[in-house]
Design a protein around this ligand. Structure first.
Ligand code: HEM
Ligand SMILES: *[C@@H]1O[C@H](CO)[C@@H](O)[C@H](O)[C@H]1NC(C)=O
Ligand SMILES: *[C@@H]1O[C@H](CO)[C@@H](O)[C@H](O)[C@H]1NC(C)=O
Ligand SMILES: *[C@@H]1O[C@H](CO)[C@@H](O)[C@H](O)[C@H]1NC(C)=O
Ligand SMILES: *[C@@H]1O[C@H](CO)[C@@H](O)[C@H](O)[C@H]1NC(C)=O
Length: 212
């Protein structure tokens, strides 16, 4: 009996460690993503166009439970990757791009990439916050993100259930993650014929108080 239990527990642990994304449709925007969900309530989803040739855009949904921060590494590792960091501030979401060459609170990254809000995919309810945006010119060719042509990739996720010290400031430093890891995304499954329709929903800063 003890042995059987050990085997069972071992089997479950193996399953839990094999982290992958799965199809997920956001309840409010009705956009379908390939998404990873963490037991803390953190989630991360991607949607891509059907034709990856030369594409630099991706629609991202990221969020969590409570008021802490959620982040993604678009390349997988924390270092030398394009990171997106977001958290709720009252009824708005604060989002930023970050990059760092060393472990530590990553500084703001600047480049041609932009985040443009998709309004009905961005909300705060009684349990979770959700930020959905068009990440434009986000797919780079310098290794700081996954490649447009990739059929599968590993992304990094990180979160801390505690809010940043200065949550009204998009450049705020954050405390180290309380959970982090890497997840395999099937990018073929993230592709949709509806991408162009969803992309057209992105409108700059329509939500009052939004910062990116
Ligand atoms: C004060 C802030 C931060 C510190 C001190 C920090 C430090 C570290 C360290 C030391 C590791 C190696 C494994 C570990 O010790 O857990 C790591 C891993 C990781 N971090 Fe951070 N981190 C910070 C913020 C962030 C942010 C904001 C993100 C994402 C937006 C992020 C994403 C990751 C990811 C994806 C990993 C796993 C992959 C890897 O090891 O490169 N980190 N971090
Ligand atoms: C989300 O917003 C877009 C643009 O305003 C709209 O066309 C779409 O129908 C909305 N989605 C839902 C499920 O209402
Ligand atoms: C949600 O999207 C699916 C296709 O992805 C569509 O068939 C359905 O009508 C949409 N529902 C709403 C409420 O817009
Ligand atoms: C809040 O939104 C999240 C993300 O869409 C959803 O998973 C959760 O069920 C929602 N909670 C409530 C109480 O509606
Ligand atoms: C992705 O899959 C397509 C179709 O199978 C294939 O033609 C292409 O070479 C693959 N791309 C990569 C980078 O492996």
């Amino acid at each position: 009996m003890t042995k059987l239990l050990t085997l069972l527990v071992g089997g479950i642990a193996t399953l839990a460690a094999a982290q992958t994304a799965a199809p997920y449709t956001d309840a409010k925007s009705n956009i379908t993503f390939q998404a990873y969900q963490h037991t803390t309530g953190y989630f991360l989803g991607l949607a891509l166009p059907n034709d990856p040739t030369g594409n630099t855009d991706v629609i991202v949904t990221i969020g969590g439970k409570g008021t802490g921060w959620s982040g993604v590494s678009l390349a997988g590792p924390m270092k030398n990757a394009l990171l997106v960091l977001a958290w709720p501030n009252s009824q708005a979401i604060v989002g930023s791009f970050r990059k760092t060459a060393q472990y530590g609170s990553p500084l703001i990254a600047t480049g041609t990439f932009t985040q443009t809000l998709i309004a009905n995919g961005t909300y705060i309810n009684s349990t979770h916050w959700t930020y959905t945006f068009l990440c434009s010119k986000c797919i780079q060719t310098d290794g700081t993100t996954f490649a447009a042509s990739a059929n599968t990739t590993v992304l990094g996720y990180a979160l801390n259930s505690a809010a940043p010290s200065n949550k009204a400031n998009a450049a705020s430093s954050v405390s180290k993650h309380t959970s982090r890891g890497q997840v395999t995304f099937d990018l073929v499954k993230a592709r949709s014929k509806d991408f162009a329709t969803w992309k057209a929903w992105a409108t700059p800063k329509v939500q009052q108080g939004f910062q990116a």
